[in-house]
Each structure stands twice: as structure tokens, then as C-alpha cells.
Design a protein around this ligand. Structure first.
Ligand code: HEC
Ligand code: HEC
Length: 161
């Protein structure tokens, strides 16, 4: 009897965890009019700016500063948005950043820029996806938040961005 209960609760726990993992986009913003926290797609432009400033920028600043203090001691919105940060054009991906190869396994990137690629893959992408409550890039579906959320491919946006 006790065993059945244990098995049942493990099963329920796993089901709940799967439901939670499967649930994107996740609420990440401040509380909206209905009293519930907003997901990134639900936010207005002003709310997105505020979320970028309060949550995304500190994460990115810390990561880049720790990685290369000489180059990234002072980081602001223009790190990712370039000139757009000054003119109010925040759409991503952007040609302010170098174009990537479009290779889904990042072969050319690992060959030419192993450090950056590792850092981005292991830390920047997951931390940004988490901060925005978005699902990370999947090689199977070829959708989700990954390199091409920021970078363009050889001929333009890729993987649904
Ligand atoms: C580390 C890179 C990075 C930094 C730094 C950054 N952003 Fe962003 N920003 C992004 C990415 C990536 C997106 C697109 C997210 C998505 O996939 O929808 C975005 C989207 C936005 C959007 C939404 C644009 C739209 O069309 O809806 C706004 C507004 C914005 N950023 C403002 C800012 C502001 C203001 C700052 C500085 C306080 C900032 N960002 C700093 C990466 C960055
Ligand atoms: C949140 C935005 C963002 C994401 C996501 C992102 N990058 Fe970047 N990337 C940047 C910024 C900002 C720079 C410019 C700073 C620098 O030189 O590292 C950059 C620069 C680069 C460069 C040029 C490095 C150099 O020294 O010329 C490469 C290569 C690169 N990224 C690869 C990747 C790969 C591969 C991924 C995915 C695993 C990725 N990036 C994901 C923002 C991003």
C-alpha cells in the first residue's frame, strides 16, 4: 500500500515537472493589471525596456565583464542593440553583430572562435533564455532562443527569428 502511494507520488511529481518544463513562455516580468506576472511576449515595448534594464543587462554585463574585463568593463544596451539603442530601434536579430555561419552544429564558429562560442553556448544563451522565460534552442525543432536570437545568418534571420 505504502509502495503504491510512493510510486503514485513519484509519477505525479514527474508529470507536474514535465508540465512545468513544457510550459513556455514563462512569466518573468513585473505584475500586470490582472495581478499576474507577464511573459515576455505579453509585455508592451515600455515593459520590455524595463525588463531588459532590470534583468537582462545586469546578467549580460556580469558575464562579459568577467570574461574579458579589458574590453567589457562598461556594458550597456548598445552591446547587443548597437546604434539602435540610441535611436530606439531594438528589433533583434541585428546586423550590428557579426553574422554567423548558419551551421546548426556551429562547426565554423567552434573552429574560428572557440572561446566565444563556448561561453555563449554554456552561459549566455541559457541565462538569457531563462531571463526572458523563453524556451532554449532545440536542434530537433530548430526553434527557440539561441545564437540567432541576436545574430543574423549569412543571408538574414534564421530559425524562426
Ligand atoms: C545581451 C544582449 C542584450 C542587451 C545587453 C540588451 N538587450 Fe534588448 N534584446 C536582446 C534580445 C536578444 C532581444 C530579443 C528577444 C526575443 O527573442 O524576443 C531584445 C529585445 C529588446 C526589446 C524588444 C524589441 C521588440 O521589438 O519587441 C527592447 C525594447 C529591448 N531589447 C531594449 C533593451 C534595452 C533598453 C537595453 C538596455 C537596458 C537592452 N535591450 C539590452 C538582447 C539584449
Ligand atoms: C544575447 C545576444 C547574443 C547571443 C544569444 C549570442 N551572441 Fe554572439 N555576440 C553577442 C555580442 C554582444 C557580441 C559582440 C561582443 C563580442 O565580441 O563577443 C557577439 C559576438 C560573437 C562572435 C564574434 C566574436 C569575435 O571576437 O569576433 C561570435 C563568433 C559569436 N558571437 C558567436 C555566437 C554563438 C556561436 C552563439 C550561440 C551559441 C552566440 N554568439 C549567441 C551577442 C550574442
Amino acid at each position: 500500500m505504502i509502495q503504491r502511494k510512493a510510486i503514485l507520488s513519484i509519477f505525479m511529481g514527474t508529470t507536474m515537472a514535465l508540465l512545468l518544463i513544457g510550459c513556455y513562455p514563462k512569466p518573468v516580468g513585473s505584475v500586470g493589471p490582472g495581478g499576474n506576472r507577464l511573459t515576455w511576449p505579453e509585455m508592451t515595448l515600455e515593459q520590455r525596456k524595463a525588463h531588459m534594464g532590470a534583468v537582462v543587462l545586469p546578467i549580460a554585463a556580469d558575464l562579459f565583464r568577467t570574461w574579458r574585463p579589458d574590453r567589457f568593463s562598461q556594458v550597456n544596451c548598445s552591446l547587443c542593440h548597437g546604434q539602435g539603442a540610441a535611436t530606439g530601434k531594438f528589433s533583434m536579430p541585428t546586423d550590428h553583430l557579426p553574422r554567423l555561419s548558419g551551421n546548426v552544429l556551429l562547426g565554423p564558429e567552434f573552429e574560428k572562435h572557440p572561446d566565444t562560442t563556448r561561453l555563449k553556448l554554456d552561459r549566455l544563451v541559457p541565462e538569457m533564455a531563462e531571463a526572458l522565460g523563453l524556451k532554449g534552442f532545440s536542434i530537433i525543432t530548430r526553434r527557440g532562443f539561441g545564437c540567432y536570437a541576436c545574430h543574423l545568418g549569412p543571408t538574414g534571420p534564421m530559425f524562426g527569428h
